[in-house]
Design a protein around this ligand. Sequence first.
Ligand SMILES: Nc1ncnc2c1ncn2[C@@H]1O[C@H](COP(=O)(O)OP(=O)(O)O)[C@@H](O)[C@H]1O
Ligand SMILES: [Mg+2]
Length: 288
Amino acid sequence: MWQGGDTPGEDLAVITFEHVAKSYPDGTRAVEDFSAEVPVGSTTVLVGSSGCGKTTLLRMVNRMVQPSSGRVLLDGRDVASQDPVTLRRGIGYVMQSGGLLPHRRVLDNIATVPLLEGVSKKDAHGRALELMDLVGLDRSMARRYPHQLSGGQQQRVGVARALAADPAVLLMDEPFAAVDPLVRRDLQQWLLGLQGELGKTVLFITHDIAEALLLGDQILILAPGAQVAQRGTGEEILAQPANDFVRDFVGLAAGERVLHPSGSGDRTVLLDAQGRAVGVLGEPGQHR
Ligand SMILES: Nc1ncnc2c1ncn2[C@@H]1O[C@H](COP(=O)(O)OP(=O)(O)O)[C@@H](O)[C@H]1O
Ligand SMILES: [Mg+2]
């Protein structure tokens, strides 16, 4: 596991949660006491049932939620001390439900941040077209409006937009939950490939353990109140579930998911009883 170095420059874009808690004004205790480190250049997945506090945690990073106590550090600096607008421009955020601007064409949606930053329209659009290629969107869709796209295509636009400012940090809130399983599989594979190339610091949220196992270099299984039931690599969690909660969540207790490994180059893919890939096992302690 990567450990944050003390030398300046070594820990670019590491996210640190230090004993954060959140109570909403109506008294809901969304997050009890959460600490974690999201290492640079790899994917950390928060996985847990609906309402367990995942979105609340994610939005603390870009200051859309103010912790009731504790703090979130980016590269060792408390985000609370940073200008929210500047902070957000440096962090790609893919929202749980699209969040595209309905009256703007795809190209302008993707180019939103660069245009705000004063990049010329020509350059911003040029870059947006490249991003469409990157996320596998045909350039012919550039002039469409969001409602003229399928759910999967809209999700890709959301990801392209989050990548537009080339942020070191990417926050992804159930980005593939709203698309059908086949498209989801495509998008997951695409994200794995992209991470292999770009190596962003990704904080990814899902309620789907299979998705967590597939994408996460580090996985945190959350119980209500964002209590960490277990953290580790997919391999560690599958090999040694920490408790019954995790065992239930992973589905081993009920024998719902029969996992078997299948060699594939230098990595091992886990297949379920139907032969679907549900996880990837790497060398313990090695990030992709
Ligand atoms: N703005 C809010 N006001 C009051 N309660 C909220 C607010 N946002 C979320 N909650 C509550 O906090 C808990 C955690 O929500 P959330 O972080 O969205 O969980 P998740 O993303 O895991 O589904 C839930 O009980 C939810 O109803
Ligand atoms: Mg959520």
